[in-house]
Design a protein around this ligand. Sequence first.
Ligand code: ADP
Ligand code: MG
Length: 704
Amino acid sequence: MAHTTSKRTPASLTLDSPVSELRGVGPRIRDKLDRLGLNVIADLLFYMPRRYIDRTRLSPIGSLRPGTSAQVEGQIEMTQLKYGKRRSLLCRISDGTGALTIRLFYFSRSQQNRLQRGMKIRCYGQVRFGTSTLEMIHPEYQLIESNETVAVDESLTPVYPTTGGLQQSTLRNLTRQSIEVLIRAERGLNELLPDHLLNEFTLPELQAAIAYVHQPPPDARVNELLAGTHPAQQRLAFEELLAQYLSLQRLRQATRSHPATALVAKENLSDQFLQSLPFTLTNAQSRAFAEITEDLGKSQPMLRLLQGDVGSGKTVVAAMAALRAIESGYQAAIMAPTELLAEQHFRNLKDWFIGMDIEVLLFTGKLRQAEKQERLNILSSNHRCIAIGTHALFQESMAFAALGLVIIDEQHRFGVHQRLALLEKGKQGDTVPHQLIMTATPIPRTLAMTMYADLDITVINELPPGRQSINTVAIPSSRRDEIIERIEKACHEQRQAYWVCTLIEESEALQCEAAVDTRDYLANCIPGISVGLIHGRMKASEKEQAMAAFKSGEIQLLVATTVIEVGVDVPNASLMIIENAERLGLFQLHQLRGRIGRGNKKSDCVLMYLPPLSDTARVRLDTMRQTNNGFEIARKDLEIRGPGEMMGTRQTGLPELRIADLMRDSGLLPKVHSAAGILLNDYPDRVPALIQRWLGPATRYTKV
Ligand code: ADP
Ligand code: MG
């Protein structure tokens, strides 16, 4: 093959050589690596294993426990094609201690032919409950000649985060080659941490740590590696946290070096607004608003995080901040993570601001060109407007006449760079808009101070008065009929309910399909009530209609996918059924449940599950039953997350980390802070390199 013959020998490669110089990298693989940001060999070295798998031993099938991962070996007793909702290939194996079913949804004809009765097979995978025996779905497997014995691995195998079509074996192979290059390279990796710091914190050297995590030696301390607490991992985690912290600090400095326009009360719009509300602000809300207005009144950009549990009433505070911008002659933009939420904010603000001569404009991805142009024209000419939207807000074509304030809702769905892109939009010459960032992610203060090091923090620590705590129960799906009766009864008492369909599969299409089926089924079972439907594949106008009908009470039972997870606010809804609750994480359950318990009615949440429950699923459901408090739920979540399951962007809004884990490594944070001070003071020239190494292309946006 042409591209392999032209490759250089490893000895002639350097850490800066393109990955395409490695053996086995053709154009197709190169493109996939490119998508992961892996361009040169050094990038591969800093591409960290997410976890390890232990194939150093074989487990007896009889000893397997659901929820764990294991390597087993056995004889195929039966292979069978199964037709059903989805076609699958089932293969039952046994090793004399027990039987296990291997289930494949994707398989080729030749795979099917080779998985014959009598063959010996070794597989590694996650064990789960199956219909008759325990199962592994799509394990990694290898067929073994029956007279052959194959040794088990000597050391742990790294598992890398990957993208479609890029195999673990490819990544392992490429990192192996990269380490060869590293070992032979004349110029190795730059040690960016000063010696005295390494000594003081007893951290191993960079190069050794890198080689260790990619290729743990056979005598490595397995438990430490699996838990992520090995010194080699800790050293890299330390450096990564330091890079994160420094980049946020630098971002803050960069933003703060720009002027902002002081936004001051001119018309007293917020008082006018407060008088029109059917409630008074809680003390926490008033305090939050006072802190915000103080910031807004300065000619330095506000950088403030508003943290408050679901239902604490962040939206009104945001609306008041937006009014402050308007009365000072500036515009505000509110960015929400889903169309549904953007639409809801749009409707709320339009209602709230009636008679105030304010244009509230909605921008979502599906806007027709003509509509969009019309709104853009207003935005670029009228100062009294508020733009609300999804990420469509930072598209190229957006141009604000005078953006004074950027508000980001449900920050946990956005990355730092999206926020910055919007900020960039609002720049007028050297002047940048103020920023208010809102989140319901309940993380402890010390952690927040590190991971939101660029922001000042305001906490709304109380819920509006009159809230009733939500009564939560867990019920097996076999008692579905009982649950349906309960909905019927509730609806007859003029209560409204959500039925949330969640699926094992990540596919949105399947999730929507299930919601449609469920709607039909429920409408059939409970003839007297009106059942509505909302899912991600409906047109924006259809979704809007469904939400409006639910809000007005026309729809009593709303069947929904997880599109309603964030932000949706219909205070009259007081019953929620969550299907497959055992599959969801605690954060997600808490967010979902946060859709009820918003009014002054007593609310109920039914977590419907498919038994039997794994141990962690049981703890999750128990936790949900025991508390409504976000902080407690977060604490529990962190406690039960297994090693290797890192806190990711999707769930918490904290940055996606490569090797550090904010909770596990929180003990490193004070050291990280002191190291940051030392680097900024004594080695400022190393700071950009450190940030570049760990944050790579993401830092492109930090030049505010
Ligand atoms: P979140 O903080 O989760 O975004 P919302 O802003 O959606 O919460 O507010 C939740 C509900 O509480 C809304 O229906 C809102 O109108 C209501 N609300 C907000 N503040 C108060 C208050 N001070 N008293 C009573 N209800 C309030
Ligand atoms: Mg909200």
